[in-house]
Design a protein around this ligand. Sequence first.
Ligand code: GUN
Ligand code: FE
Length: 431
Amino acid sequence: MKNNSFIIKGDIIYSKSKMELSWYKDGYLVCEDGVSRGVYGDLSDIPESCRTLPIEDHTGKLVIPGMTDLHLHAPQYGFRGLWGDMELLDWLNIHTFPEEARYADSAYAKEAYAIFVDDMLHTATTSFAAFSSIHVPATELLMDLTEESGLRAYIGKVNMDRNSPDELREITEGSFSETLRWLSDVKERNYQNVRPILTPRFIPSCTDELMEKLGELIRETGLPLQSHLSENRSEISWVKELCPWSQSYGDAYEHFHCLGDLGNRTIMAHCVWSGDQEVELMKKNGVFIAHSPSSNNNIASGIAPVRKYLEKGLNVGLATDMSGGTTASILRIMTDALTASKLYWRLVDETAKPLTFPEVFYLGTVGGGAFFGKTGSFEEGYAFDAVVLSDEDLRTPLKDRLDPAERLERYCYVAGERPVDHKYVSGRKLL
Ligand code: GUN
Ligand code: FE
């Protein structure tokens, strides 16, 4: 028998399209060699070559594709739920930078990252894109622990050479040479599930010279990049002062070839206040927007116009942005995205229809998953990433009248943060 080949039985839900969910009560989900061979209503419908595979029986439980968290900060995980009483720039200076500076101490980093990775293992997330800190040893520790866990991730050593405290500021040359050292170490480690991603923190933290060097590195290597864009109004004004020649914050990134304009995959977190010119640049370059409603609410950044981005055909995924955001659960971020879109519609723009549950599920699975390749769906050919959720104890007299999609919606609201029962990444059972 082939490795990583089996059938899961359960109440299976995945996105049929952006607008619609597919679900099967007592369905069969086939994994062959770590890849999905599709979902079937009956054993006899399964292709003959797979029909005799062993069955993992999760009857009565919900089975969904693994979720993608498109943006988070691993060294901020320890202060989730604290310090949400200020806006971005003060929050960074007063709380975030001093805490991230502690990751110079590898023993502290090891303790913190072991907790982070173990907790992530028990969420519904199977793929994530994370910032670490400026420190190479701590970044490599985080990558080692993530690889060991079996989770799939892009992880980036952060670059910052201005406007930060002495203990968290690199010199320009040092920031670049440390990045090269880190990339070379990572190559030697030969990870299966973890990849490096260039991570200039945001324009206020990086000099023009450093940004130019990173742009050149992208041209040479094609490496992906993650950063922050148009999150907070004071931040945007500051970028205009720092780059007075730019048409927009996004234009400033593109000037340095850090907005996906060289064809490398690029994530920009937030995009709460992006204007038309910036939106057009992101669309032209296929940038992935990491929508982070918990963070945008917590540090009062605003509400991102996600409906507009979807109508324009931009790539959008969901993100916790821990610990601007307070939850580690993309299932909870789905409900936050729904709430935020309703407020946007009610208070900002009555033509921007609120998001629907199938839409936020799509964003949390296929939308962000596309950054990693074919992940986030059970359609044939997708990586077999699945999580099993138990809603049997969430008592309601409506129980027998709810279909699996309704049960999932309810689960996200009332139990979205609790640990999942089982998890598979590329067919490997992690839980
Ligand atoms: N912009 C620059 N750094 C950060 C960060 O750590 N969190 C958030 N939310 N925005 C940022
Ligand atoms: Fe962030």
